[in-house]
Design a protein around this ligand. Structure first.
Ligand code: ADP
Length: 263
C-alpha cells in the first residue's frame, strides 16, 4: 500500500521529528540531512512537490549554546529556539545546496491557522515557493509562542500544513517503523500495525507508552495528525526516517511503515 500512496501523490508534506534529526550525541545529524535532501531532490525530478515540516530548533540551539541546557526559564527556552532555528535552517540549506535547491522558512503558530487572511497568505506563499522549485520548511514559531497560541507539536502542525496546502499525502518520519500494539522501545515483542483505517479502533487496541529522547508528542499526537488529515481525505504514512534512503525504500516497498487510510 505504501508504494502506491507515494507513487500516486504529487504534493507531499514530510515531517521530520527531533529524534530523527539528532544523532546519538544530541547534535544535528548532518549525514541524515544530506541523505534526506538528495532523496527529496530525486522526488522533485520525478515531478513531485515537497513541503517539509522540521523539528530540531531546540537541539540545534543546544549545540550552539550548551551552557543554556539547564535553564528552565521560559524566556531562555524561547531564546534557545531563536538561536537554534538559524542553526537548523543553515543545516538544511547546506544539505539542499549541492542539488541547486533553495529553501524557504515559514514559522507558524496556531493563531495563523485560525485567521482567514493569514491562512490565505500562507497558502499563497506555499504555492509560490513550491511552484518555483523552492522547498518550504515549516516549524512552529516557538519564540513567540505562549500556551494559548501553541500547536504544541509538529505532528499536528504537519497535519494542518498538509490540509492548508491541499496535499495528497502526509509522511511523518520518526524513530520507529510505525504504530505498534505497544511501545516498541519497552516491549521487544511489540507488533507493527501496517494499515489503519479506523483511528478510534486503533486507540482501543494499542497501549501508548512514553515518548523518549528529544521527542515531544509521542505516538498520541501522530494519531491526532492522522485523524486530522484523513478527515480531508489525505492519507498518512508513519515510518522510520533514520534508516538509509528511507524515502526511496518506502517507495520501493522494501521498508515497512504504517499507512493510515480513509475507512
Ligand atoms: P518524534 O520526535 O519522531 O516525533 P516521538 O518521540 O515524539 O517522536 O514519538 C515516537 C515515540 O513514541 C517512539 O520512539 C516510541 O518510543 C513511542 N511510543 C509509545 N507508544 C508507542 C506505540 N504504541 N507504537 C509506536 N511508538 C510508541
Amino acid at each position: 500500500m505504501i508504494p502506491q500512496l507515494i507513487e500516486q501523490a504529487r504534493k507531499i508534506v514530510i515531517k521530520v521529528g527531533s529524534n530523527t534529526l539528532a544523532d546519538a550525541t544530541g547534535h544535528i545529524n548532518h549525514r541524515f540531512l544530506e541523505d534526506f535532501a538528495s532523496q527529496v531532490a530525486e522526488l522533485q525530478k520525478k515531478g513531485k512537490q515537497v513541503v517539509l515540516v522540521s523539528s530540531g530548533a531546540r537541539i540545534a540551539g543546544l549545540s550552539a549554546m550548551d551552557k543554556w541546557a539547564r535553564k528552565r526559564d521560559i524566556h531562555y527556552k524561547q531564546a534557545l529556539c531563536a538561536v537554534g532555528q538559524v542553526e537548523l535552517m543553515q543545516a538544511w540549506r547546506n544539505a539542499f545546496a549541492p542539488h541547486g535547491i533553495h529553501i524557504g522558512q515559514l514559522l507558524l503558530t496556531a493563531d495563523d491557522f485560525r485567521d482567514d487572511l493569514r491562512t490565505l497568505n500562507m497558502r499563497n506563499t506555499l504555492f509560490t515557493l513550491v511552484d518555483e522549485g523552492v522547498i518550504p520548511i515549516i516549524n512552529e514559531n516557538d519564540s513567540v509562542c505562549v500556551d494559548e497560541i501553541k500547536i504544541g507539536d509538529n505532528d499536528n502542525l504537519a497535519a494542518l500544513s498538509a490540509i492548508l496546502w491541499s496535499a495528497d499525502l502526509l509522511i511523518l518520519f520518526s524513530d520507529i517503523d510505525g504504530v505498534y500494539d505497544k511501545n516498541p522501545k519497552e516491549h521487544q515483542d511489540a507488533q507493527l500495525i501496517t494499515e489503519v483505517r479506523n483511528i478510534q479502533q486503533l486507540r482501543d487496541r494499542i497501549s501508548i507508552g512514553e515518548t523518549n529522547g528529544f521527542g515531544t508528542g509521542g505516538i498520541g499526537t501522530k494519531l491526532e495528525a492522522a485523524e486530522k488529515v484523513l478527515h480531508y481525505g489525505i492519507p498518512m504514512i508513519l515510518a522510520h526516517g533514520g534508516k538509509p534512503r528511507a524515502l526511496e525504500q518506502l517507495a520501493a516497498g522494501t521498508q515497512q511503515g504504517t499507512a493510515f487510510l480513509a475507512g
